[in-house]
Design a protein around this ligand. Structure first.
Ligand SMILES: NC(=O)N[C@@H](CC(=O)O)C(=O)O
Ligand SMILES: [Zn+2]
Ligand SMILES: [Zn+2]
Length: 344
């Protein structure tokens, strides 16, 4: 039994740090483990251009713990108004390395998102030209599509079209949750990859709904049935280089989740690599963790791998019941439960 695991320092290819005073907590939690992170731009208002990305990046850098080398990789939020000029300026100035598609209304703070894919075709063309990956929240938002089918419908109605029309555009299908998405990415050309969260490896919808509703497991895309969880587990255990780590750590204050209409998002950054280690361990695939967490992401983005290392120990500890979040609290994933792995 492996009790000690040394990995190249991992990166998080999908995280929400939020803004303002909570940055002190969210940035410290991410920087504890990750060398770099792709910073989701769904603030209110969102991060729409080079200037807004630069401002947000500066606030994140200012929130780093002393001595931290953590590098935020900034992302533009695509709207119906995102022009090829905005894309080129963001990429060429170095202020953003990718751009994110939120179908309008799909998830937290997506009200300024794209209302029809065709509206951003000129932006996507420019992205393909300058080598800027497209990151997608892959769910349709049509009222008639069941929430559990929205990812599959997005593949069939939108993603197939984009992949076909923009063959040189790098596309990351973010936080995938279904066997359908696994299959799609596996079959797709090499310019298509995907991120997978720790919570979608560890949980399925029964964990969220049987015996009572657990709002801290509610996220989008919503947890699916067990066979989909199994497909995600199988693909990461296979070591396929098209799939990489993206926590989708998405904190909301406790009162915003424990509510009649609770927000979507799980807070995992406080123990992200530990949670992934537990998932890979239970799959007998600890030897595949380093590729998933530290190699596949930078290789896909065309960035160098990190050179430092981290060490994980099999040494159980109790997750905190809650964590400070500005002047509020956030309930982390697995709050109060025993976690099996600890960062040395
Ligand atoms: N994943 C979530 O459930 N929530 C994210 C948004 C997102 O990634 O879709 C958030 O910003 O809260
Ligand atoms: Zn999302
Ligand atoms: Zn997210």
């Amino acid at each position: 039994m492996t009790d000690r695991l040394t990995l190249t320092r991992p990166d998080d290819w999908h995280i929400h740090l939020r803004d303002g005073e909570v940055l002190g907590h969210t940035v410290a939690d991410a920087a504890r483990t990750f060398g770099r992170a792709i910073i989701m731009p769904n603030l209110v208002p969102p991060v729409r251009d080079a200037q807004e990305a630069a401002g947000y990046k500066a606030r994140i850098l200012a929130a780093r713990p002393a001595g931290s080398q953590f590098e935020p990789l900034m992302v533009l939020y695509l709207t119906d108004q995102t022009s090829p000029e905005i894309v080129r300026e963001a990429k060429l100035s170095g202020q953003a390395i990718a751009a994110k598609l939120y179908p309008a209304g799909a998830t937290t703070n997506s009200q300024s998102g794209v209302t029809a894919l065709e509206n951003i075709y000129p932006a996507l063309e420019a992205m393909a030209e300058v080598g800027m990956p497209l990151l997608v929240h892959g769910e349709v938002t049509h009222a008639e599509v069941d929430i559990f089918d929205r990812e599959k419908a997005f593949i069939d109605q939108q993603l197939v079209k984009v992949v076909e029309r923009f063959p040189t555009l790098k596309i990351v299908f973010e936080h995938i949750t279904t066997a359908d998405a696994v299959e799609f990415v596996k079959q797709a050309p090499a310019n298509v990859g995907a991120t997978i969260t720790a919570h979608h490896l560890l949980f399925n919808r029964n964990h969220m709904l049987v015996g009572g509703i657990r709002p801290h497991l509610f996220c989008l895309p919503i947890l699916k049935r067990e066979k989909h969880q199994q497909a995600l587990c199988d693909i990461v255990a296979s070591g396929s280089s098209k799939f990489f780590l993206g926590t989708d750590s998405a904190p909301h204050a406790r009162h915003a989740k424990e509510a009649a209409c609770g927000c979507a998002g799980c807070y995992t950054a406080y123990a992200a690599i530990e949670l992934y280690a537990e998932a890979f361990d239970s799959l007998g695939a600890l030897d595949k963790l380093e590729g998933f967490a530290s190699f596949h992401g930078p290789d896909f983005y065309g960035l160098p791998r990190n050179s430092e290392q981290i060490t994980l120990l099999r040494d159980s500890w109790q997750a905190p019941e809650q964590l400070p979040f500005g002047d509020q609290n956030v309930i982390p994933l697995r709050a109060g439960e025993t976690l099996q792995w600890r960062l040395a």
